[in-house]
Design a protein around this ligand. Structure first.
Ligand code: PGA
Length: 250
């Protein structure tokens, strides 16, 4: 069970460090059973690493390049992320796929570069509103799964995050039944086509997760964690979501 904070391009250094320190303090006094991962903007990865030092919170990045070095202005390699203390990286978030024209093939190459240096990847997939309305969700996700996951992926280094594009930052989510059915379809597809023991995989849900809906989403049989954007910027809200995940162990 994993709870991921995706801070995206939000927050200056001081406030982000303070937020991370507060969370680290809360985690180290409560010792959560679920895993918690913070993915801050890249330029403060090192600061956040030190802020969470005395806790069990993991550090992750929001993206990496598919090459290890070279003439790629503005990009960051997977080995640089390891160098700064990351254990995880989000790959193929829909904001990267849409705003940076990242194809499934690019996503697969990035994930492979991450695996090569020992990073755990959270590979994001999700349909847009039109596809959702047309009932093409499973078809779209199957295509993304088939083409975004490199051969280097296994159950130990890869998690899938299902994030409907239309649910991200919108305040609306699929119904609980829709989320569970879609996660079931993802598990089925990964078991049959990618990982032999795919049913053992935790699939994360992301898209307008907040402190109010986290309990019911995390209660679903086929949901193994959440990826949180907006609500992860507010310590109390994010902590409440972490507690919801933690309760599943009791
Ligand atoms: P949101 O973002 O929680 O703000 O909807 C989730 C995400 O994009 O990872």
């Amino acid at each position: 069970m994993l709870v991921v904070a995706n801070w995206k391009m939000n927050g200056l250094r001081r406030e982000s460090i303070d937020r991370a320190k507060t969370l680290a303090q809360m985690e180290s006094t409560n010792r959560l059973k679920c895993d918690v991962l913070l993915c801050p903007p890249a330029q403060i990865l090192s600061d956040i690493r030190y802020a969470i030092d005395n806790s069990n919170i993991f550090l992750g990045a929001q993206d990496c390049h598919f090459d290890f070095e070279g003439p790629y202005t503005g990009d960051i390699s997977s080995s640089m992320l390891v160098d700064v203390g990351c254990t995880h990286v989000i790959i193929g978030h829909s904001e990267r796929r849409i705003n940076h024209s990242e194809t499934n093939e690019i996503v697969a190459r990035k994930a492979e570069a991450a695996h090569q240096v020992g990073l755990n990847t959270i590979i994001c997939i999700g349909e847009n509103m039109e596809e959702f309305k047309l009932g093409q969700t499973v078809e779209k996700l199957s295509n993304q799964l088939a083409n975004s996951i490199p051969d280097s992926a296994n159950l130990n280094n890869t998690m899938i995050a299902y994030e409907p594009c239309w649910a991200i930052g919108s305040g609306s989510t699929p119904t609980l039944t829709e989320i569970d059915d879609t996660h079931k379809a993802i598990l089925e597809f990964t078991k049959n086509n990618i990982f032999k023991q795919g049913e053992k995989m935790d699939i994360l849900y992301g898209g307008s997760v907040n402190e109010k809906n986290a309990d019911s989403i995390l209660d679903l049989d086929h949901v193994g964690g959440v990826l949180v954007g907006g609500a992860s910027l507010i310590t109390e809200k994010f902590w409440s979501i972490c507690k919801s995940a933690d309760r599943k162990f009791k």
